[in-house]
Design a protein around this ligand. Sequence first.
Ligand SMILES: NC(=O)c1ccc[n+]([C@@H]2O[C@H](COP(=O)([O-])OP(=O)(O)OC[C@H]3O[C@@H](n4cnc5c(N)ncnc54)[C@H](O)[C@@H]3O)[C@@H](O)[C@H]2O)c1
Length: 468
Amino acid sequence: MGELSGLRVAVAGLGPMGRGIARVFAEAGAQVSVVDVDAAATARGYETLLAEADPPVTVSTAASVTEAVRDADLFVEAVVERFDAKLALLAEVRAAGNETLVVASNTSSLSIGELGVAFGDPARVVGLHFFNPPTKMRLVEIIRGARTDPEVVERARAWVAGLGKTAVLCADSPNFIVNRVCRPLYYESQLLVTQGMTPEVVDAAVKGALGHRMGPLELLDFTGLHTHLGSSETALREFGDPRYRPIPLTRQLVRAGTTGRAAGRGYYDYAAGKPRQAQAAVTRSPESAADGQVHVYRAVDCTPADVAAVRELAADRRVVVDSSAGGWVEHLPPGVGWLRLHRHGEQTFAEVVADEVAGIAPAFDAADALGATSVPVLALPGLVVDRLAHTMVNEALTLVEEGTAAAADVDLALRLGMNHPVGPLEYLRDTGPVEVLAGLRALLTGFGDPRYRPAQLLVRQAAGSRRG
Ligand SMILES: NC(=O)c1ccc[n+]([C@@H]2O[C@H](COP(=O)([O-])OP(=O)(O)OC[C@H]3O[C@@H](n4cnc5c(N)ncnc54)[C@H](O)[C@@H]3O)[C@@H](O)[C@H]2O)c1
């Protein structure tokens, strides 16, 4: 007996999402009826659903949406992502006259409030944003429109729990939680490519230092650059904030038809077989030249006092600066190495600055002596990892500050939706607001771009932690 036995669910749209959603409800014991745009499409989708279903599930087909929703408790729409298509469908559902039906949309980008108004009864409309594939991904973002009845939200929560999944609650805000917090990850990784870094190095640094399963550029290729461009444009339009503007390189790649893995080419070339693994960018020098006597000078910033201290230390020993502060590009004393160490579990990972243009020789020997695996990076403000991590934390805080989601839900969403080992706000707690704020301010100074404007909540937290 499943958790949801007795629940009657109608699912419209038998693309990958609708098929997966129908399966998870059926597996939980609900009585599921499915429908696509016409009888032939419904039959095709139903066949595919049954063929994919392991374990097998029982679902039935309906001749029309009207028939599907007549006796249902819950309607989930997973039709094509177009407002006009969803609008026409919702009109049909309303006309069916089931006045107690809860209407859920799996939309990734449309406003739940707007869909609610279009349906004619916004109190009953809620977002149930499943992740792909719904059968495997545990996370569901529940989107509450401004006029969604709180009782409907509570029922949605109970159903998600009945599916054995984890719900996070999100206000009706563009990109919801996961896609919003990951925006800087995508923007910054692409900007790094435009500033001279290779996709292999960027992805290797993120995987090695932050423990992400896929690098951001691999992920962009997987999702499709056109999809990313679309959600960037939505974010820019809806928030009216220049920090969300798309990267020119994304547009160029989309215009050239090189939109990622499905197209055969994006940031990586898939035509010639598997792309070179990002991990290939990771280096270890064959011989360790350092004898283990490396003095590591950790510096969040690059103040005149830091520079003087490094000069003094370097007078009689091998010194490396452990910092991502961009100021070192101009003030690194001669003979001193520059790296940034990250501890991830038992591992130490190093970004080693190797920049011929800036005249900085890589201190791979020092990284080796410290037992670190390393990638060579250019002398750019924030290097790779801190730049991505700090901008992601900033986005997460902005989302919390504006009331879109609670901090605990943001962390849960990123851990379950993206497999990040720690959520952005847990990362903030570990690193401390003072250091994250210093990192963002250095990026703002280095690039002069509003992308790096710190959230006021971060400024206040940093002040509080200095006082407290
Ligand atoms: N693909 C993803 O990774 C993903 C993840 C989360 C959410 N979503 C969202 O889920 C929804 C569906 O995504 P997908 O990738 O499965 O879409 P898809 O475009 O592959 O499939 C949509 C299906 O809906 C059918 N359809 C269109 N109009 C219909 C109507 N009026 N009545 C019944 N069926 C109709 C189409 O025939 C098609 O089978 C979209 O809103 C999308 O944004 C997608």
